[in-house]
Design a protein around this ligand. Sequence first.
Ligand SMILES: [Zn+2]
Length: 242
Amino acid sequence: MTITPSENIKKEVDKKISDVIRNRIILQKKRFHANDNISDFINPGELEHLQKEVASKVRDLLKSLVIDIENDHNSQETAERVAKMYLREVFKGRYHKRPTVTDFPNAKNLDEIYTLGPISVRSACSHHMVPIIGDCWIGIKPGDKVIGISKFARVADWVFSRPHIQEEAVMILADEIERLCEPKGLAILVKAKHYCMCWRGVKEPNTSMINSIVRGDFRHDPSLKQEFFELVKNQPGGLSCN
Ligand SMILES: [Zn+2]
């Protein structure tokens, strides 16, 4: 028996859209961990279907929590709101392509380091799916290419808008920045509050996690690394306060 292309499409429609997308990723032998971007496997128009599927699952979750979603006026549209929030806001960095970033030649051969920050970052922990909110500082020793400074904030927002653990988020951001502007040196520091520590568990509201990554010249030259940490420390909201 031969299957016509239209039958094939119908078969795909009958399947859950999450299964269709997952199968494409598996066929390409790619990863789809919580902090991976899977936008290359989502065709135009499919995100709307995925949002509907997620909403129906959130509805089931609310029902399993024995919440009266039929009669509780506060909970009636919650499933739709949560699905939209996940796919289009807080986890948009999984489902949407990286913002466009144009690079320019480093025409004046700048080789002094510069530091940007604080850039607000918002994520959620992969373990509990509750917020991680914090600040990020980026130090750059330029190479042959430069990008506009606002682009660092856009790329950081895209990378962090996924479920993460902080250590991996910083590494993924570093990889993206290296890909975009190939700096001679790169340093990133993130200081963030984890709501799985302040809202639940040990319920410790004042603890922040600080981690950093240094690459290229920042790694090889201790004085450059020192300069970056000094610059960050002395900024408002830097390491010495909060
Ligand atoms: Zn957690």
